[in-house]
Design a protein around this ligand. Structure first.
Ligand code: PMP
Length: 481
């Protein structure tokens, strides 16, 4: 069957901030771009490789606590990797030198193929660039697309790093209502239709976390994504799709009671079960998708990638030229050795499945503990499909003080109950995150939540941690008046 020809992405000049519109290419970088072999450079200040103190880099593989290599294909990762000056096109010399902000070509090629495999963008002119992680990329994008006084739309509870990056830029954060499937498209549409330009220009950016959302753990179903995309098209918004939890699948293929079935999840099944990304849905080039290695490989690499239409990616790279100057070379070589030389795409998928299985085990332990130790008449939670967060609602209206004083519209009482539970949990020996920390608007939140993550604590302490939280809730809610 003949596929219809893909269109070009739209032109986005009208959405650039003053800062991005006035950005010019780096004079020195463009002068050094295509050095001819027979031209001696006295032009750019890059030290020759003989100045580097390292000749070679050895990355021993991971082993478990008994010193044995970790599982299956991951056992491959346990083999040491060596990177030496002069060994190949991507050697330690390249990694230690200045490189393009977009990323070093052999790694970038892999990321490009990966994006095509996973998301197959529906227009011709798309591109990818490496980033120094999602947080840095969000900050760059906000500077690129927004001016002081602009408003940006977010889920009503969201990643604090995005809020904290946006506020100092003078942006007004607008939290859009959510329901059990995530951001509510009707509420989004209504906000935009009723936007009062006297309060500032109509927003042009929607930031969202579609899978295993931080902090609510929600993964938007496909229908919801299509509905949101339709609203976004109607109002000509750009979407920042921040998706670090995409590959950490908790339910679907890994959530079977029968463990033998669990063993037999194939890469195909895993891949077809992954949610449909906004990047895959997009036909205008309005989605800027952020992937991060932080949750699936290691956060200290400070490395991820952004994919979207070429015009926007070029503006992103132009900004990086004068800020991050791209991801660190040694981080890139570590990724290259692992992803390209060792794993390839299939090996990478095997690794992601392995990670999902491990997170799934932790989730199961946490859920068992919740059922056992949390008072169900006060606490409730939904099982997340992706990611590492469990969002537990604590019904503050059942607190003795609320019952005595009446719940009315007194949010001060609610805030104080949230604070007391948090403090008591600490006394009991567990640190949890209060829901209000993630609220875009501090008012109008009539529910109280706590975010529990099962990613950080040692696995054997998860159950005890939930027990401590349960004790805190019980003591706080069942205390004598
Ligand atoms: N986005 C979201 C939604 C997150 O939850 C986090 C980590 N807490 C990040 C981004 C951070 O990603 P990175 O390490 O790539 O900056």
């Amino acid at each position: 069957r003949i596929q219809p020809a893909k269109p070009h992405a739209k032109n986005w000049d009208h959405h650039f901030s003053l800062e991005a519109s006035s950005r010019r290419v780096s004079t020195l970088k463009s002068s050094a771009k295509t050095p001819q072999a027979d031209v001696i450079s006295l032009g750019v200040g890059r030290p020759a490789s003989e100045f580097y103190p390292w000749q070679s880099m050895i990355m021993p593989g991971a082993t478990d606590s008994h010193g044995t290599r970790t599982e299956a294909n991951q056992g491959d990762a346990a083999l040491p990797m060596i990177c030496t000056q002069g060994e190949s096109a991507f050697d330690l010399r390249t990694a230690l030198d200045y490189g393009p902000s977009k990323g070093l070509a052999p790694l970038l090629r892999f990321v490009h193929q990966h994006t095509k495999l996973m998301h197959n963008p529906q227009y011709i002119n798309w591109d990818v660039s490496l980033t120094c992680g999602a947080t840095s990329a969000i900050e760059i994008l906000l500077r690129m697309l927004c001016d002081r006084g602009d408003s940006i739309l977010m889920e009503e509870y969201t990643y604090t790093g995005a809020m904290e990056a946006a506020r100092p830029l003078g942006l007004n954060l607008v939290g859009v209502e959510m329901d059990r499937d995530g951001l509510d498209p009707v509420a989004l549409d209504k906000r935009l239709l009723q936007w009062d330009v006297a309060s500032g220009p109509k927003p042009k950016v929607l930031y969202l976390v579609p899978c295993g959302q931080n902090p609510t753990g929600i993964t938007q179903p496909e229908e919801r994504r299509r509905a949101i995309y339709a609203v976004v098209e109607r109002h000509d918004l750009i979407i920042i799709e921040d998706d670090p939890y995409y590959f950490i699948r908790l339910s679907g293929p890994f959530h079977h009671a029968d463990t033998t079935e669990k063993q037999h999840v194939t890469a195909d099944k895993y891949l077809t079960d992954l949610p449909l990304s906004y990047l895959s849905l997009d036909t205008s080039g309005r989605v800027l998708r952020l992937d991060s290695t932080s949750k699936i490989i290691a956060p200290g690499l400070r490395c991820g990638w952004i994919s979207g239409c070429s015009q926007l990616i070029a503006a992103f790279t132009a900004h990086s030229d004068f800020s991050t100057m791209g991801a660190s070379g040694p981080s890139q070589v570590m990724l290259y050795k692992l992803l390209v030389e060792r794993w390839g795409h299939e090996g990478f998928f095997q690794w992601l499945m392995h990670q999902s299985r491990r997170y799934n085990e932790r989730l199961n332990t946490t859920l068992d503990a919740c059922r056992r130790y949390l008072p169900i008449e006060i606490c409730n939670w939904t099982v997340p499909e992706c990611g590492m967060f469990l969002w537990v609602e604590v019904d503050w209206k059942k607190h003795p003080k609320a019952r005595r004083e009446g719940v009315g519209i007194d949010s001060a009482l609610q805030v104080s109950i949230e604070g007391s539970v948090h403090a008591r949990a600490r006394e009991e020996g567990v640190l949890v995150s209060s829901g209000s920390w993630f609220a875009v608007s501090k008012t109008n939140q009539d529910r109280t939540y706590f975010r529990l993550t099962f990613a950080a604590a040692p696995g054997h302490k998860l159950s005890r941690a939930v027990e401590c939280f349960g004790n805190a809730v019980r003591k706080e809610f069942l205390k004598k008046r």
